[in-house]
Design a protein around this ligand. Structure first.
Ligand code: FES
Length: 149
């Protein structure tokens, strides 16, 4: 079945089964490889993308349920907040293996868009669904603070 999806500002068409997770639609049907597969059950955050600015777990979101604008790590730099977050991530050398970092950046950008001056507790609450096996949590928090100005 053909689904029209707005991905990073471009309308794309994916021919997939309706219950195909958005993650696999993006990766396999559309070649958008930034969102990563970690757990596949909505627990790790590696697959996080934005749907109309809200972070969602694309591994547990069927493509047929998606209505709205999808933003992935490839498109997050189009927003001023996303740019600041990416810059802070680079300046503080946040990534270790890097695998979870697209999801981390998507969650951080959603947080700062909603709450430009988050407290440590706000950061922990917003980011606790994003697991990092290299435990870069300290640098993630520092980068969010830097990006918050
Ligand atoms: Fe989606 Fe882990 S791969 S939350």
């Amino acid at each position: 079945m053909a689904f029209k999806l707005n991905v990073n500002g471009k309308v794309r068409e994916a021919d997939v089964d309706p219950d195909t997770p958005l993650l696999w639609t993006l990766r396999d049907a559309l070649g958008v490889l930034g969102p990563k597969f970690g757990c596949g059950v909505g627990q790790c955050g590696a697959c996080t993308v934005h749907l109309d600015g809200q972070p969602i777990r694309s591994c547990v979101t069927p493509v047929s349920a998606v209505q709205g604008k999808i933003t992935t790590i490839e498109g997050i730099g189009a927003s001023a907040v996303g740019q600041r977050v990416q810059q802070a991530w680079t300046e503080l050398d946040v990534a270790q293996c890097g695998y979870c970092q697209p999801g981390q950046i998507m969650s951080a950008t959603a947080l700062l868009t909603k709450n430009p001056k988050p407290t440590d507790a706000d950061i922990d609450a917003a980011m606790n669904g994003n697991i990092c096996r290299c435990a870069t949590y300290g640098r993630i928090r520092a980068a969010i603070k830097r990006a918050s100005g």
